[in-house]
Design a protein around this ligand. Structure first.
Ligand code: SAJ
Length: 420
């Protein structure tokens, strides 16, 4: 059978490679011709894709890449894995719509189309289906249509595509069954649900659960901080409860391209379709958004205790990406925190192995070498994103003050180390 995967980011390329390895004839389609050319040359230009899987697929003769949609005309399965960003707090489905139009112009009778892009409930039926259908060519009758959310976690060695259970919901039962059969060839555990909207909503619950619980520990951190209670110890103690609890860590806030965005889809759809806000999402997003200012205030207090005013204080920030060991700045709370420090007049330098230049929030900084001299020259070293490569104990030895916003040092008792 032949498969077309539209969108060759880490989601689409992982799926394309896995299908090729399973023996499908696969075309990875992407509008970025540079990316298509590089992938066709066997260059893994997409971070977050398991190298061995890509190499194995590239060596098979069943994976090709294209920047046009011609192969859709002969495809048995078409999977749409394009980004669904949020712009101005509104879902941006323009890439999904563009892909669906291209597919709709070529789709063969009897083919299966699956949307994987995270979106609000109702998208598959009311946005994608109409772009695929035309006279006497209807979803659920002449072709099959389903939604199946991706759960790829870049760099997670424990859970890859095959070992992560997959939710599948079709526009009607045959579509569900067909999509379940397709995914069953590349995923060990497929979980069919009663329709597209169930699958769309399940994905939003997964990531909203995460965002809201991070806001919970962030608000707790502020309250504990005001009472001199060690938040990290509180969470560690609560986590000894072996059932019904899951620990999250406070910090400068929530970044990335999933956790800040998916809940916005929920909140937006709730207001649009019911007129009611999804209060927990809106409140949690406000709480998380306040953390950069809170971290800045705590740094200012720690400096003041040492007779240093924040304006003109020399700050050396360690780690600016949205999470450790991932070279991605999207919605990075570390950057938002640097912007707050910058606004308060601090003299900022930063180091991050993944980021040689930082141009954001009106700042334009070049990475500072992590030398003993630079560490000693700082009034405060601020740990924002603790990349694995940092030897934080060694750095602390030369620092006057370390503000550890992520409890990366697990250091207590050294009065030069202040933790969020
Ligand atoms: N964060 C906290 N405290 C926490 C956990 C995360 O402040 O306890 C912050 C991180 O610093 C980061 C943001 O939240 O800025 C998102 O972190 P994340 O660990 O959720 O990482 P992501 O954005 O890569 O989320 C992905 C998601 N995967 C998919 O959507 C398929 C998410 O569902 C996964 O749970 C997550 O990876 C994971 O567990 O690694």
């Amino acid at each position: 059978a032949s498969v077309c995967v539209i969108g060759q980011g880490y989601v689409g390329l992982t799926l394309a490679a896995a299908c090729a390895v399973e023996g499908f004839r696969v075309t990875g389609i992407d509008v970025d011709e540079g990316r298509v050319d590089a992938l066709a040359r066997g260059e893994l230009v997409v971070p977050g894709v398991e190298e061995p899987l890509f190499v194995q697929a590239s060596e098979s003769s069943s994976l090709r890449f294209a920047s046009d949609f011609e192969d859709v005309a002969t495809a048995d399965v078409v999977v749409i894995c394009v980004p669904t960003p949020v712009t101005d707090h509104r879902p941006d489905l323009s890439m999904v719509e563009s892909a669906a139009r291209q597919v709709g112009e070529r789709l063969r009778r009897g083919a299966l189309v699956v949307l994987e892009s995270t979106t609000y409930p109702g998208t598959t039926e009311h946005v994608v289906a109409p772009l695929l259908e035309r006279a006497r060519f209807r979803a659920g009758r002449d072709f099959w249509l389903a939604f199946s959310p991706e759960r790829i976690d870049p760099g997670n060695i424990k859970f890859g595509l095959r070992t992560t259970p997959r939710v599948v919901g079709g526009i009607e039962q045959d579509s569900t069954d067909l999509a379940a059969a397709f995914y069953g060839s590349v995923v060990d555990n497929v979980f069919p649900v009663s329709g597209c909207r169930t699958a769309e909503m399940a994905k939003l619950l997964e990531n909203t659960f995460r965002m809201v619980n991070i806001a919970l520990v962030n608000e707790l951190a502020v309250l504990c901080g005001e009472q001199g209670i060690d938040t990290w110890e509180v969470i560690e103690a609560a986590a000894t409860k072996p059932f019904g609890f899951m620990p999250f860590q406070p910090g400068p806030g929530v970044g990335g391209h999933c956790i800040p965005l998916d809940p916005t889809y929920l909140a937006w759809q709730s207001r649009r379709d019911t007129g009611r806000p999804f209060r927990l999402v809106e409140l949690a997003q406000d709480i998380n958004a306040e953390m950069p200012a809170y971290v800045t205030r705590r740094i200012s207090d720690a400096l003041a205790e040492r007779g240093v005013a924040l304006p003109k204080a020399r700050i050396l920030a360690l780690g600016v990406t949205y999470k450790p060991d991932v070279g991605d700045l999207r919605e990075s709370a570390a950057v938002a925190t640097l912007a707050q420090l910058d606004r308060r007049g601090a003299r900022i330098t930063y180091h991050d192995p993944f980021v040689p230049r930082l141009r954001s929030h009106g700042m334009s900084l070049r990475r500072t070498p992590l030398t003993r001299a630079n560490i000693e020259a700082a009034d405060a070293v601020v740990v924002l994103t603790p990349h694995s490569e940092y030897d934080l104990a060694a750095i602390t030895r030369h620092a006057r003050l370390v503000f550890d916003a992520r409890n990366a040092l697990h250091q207590r008792g050294d009065d030069r180390v202040v933790t969020l």
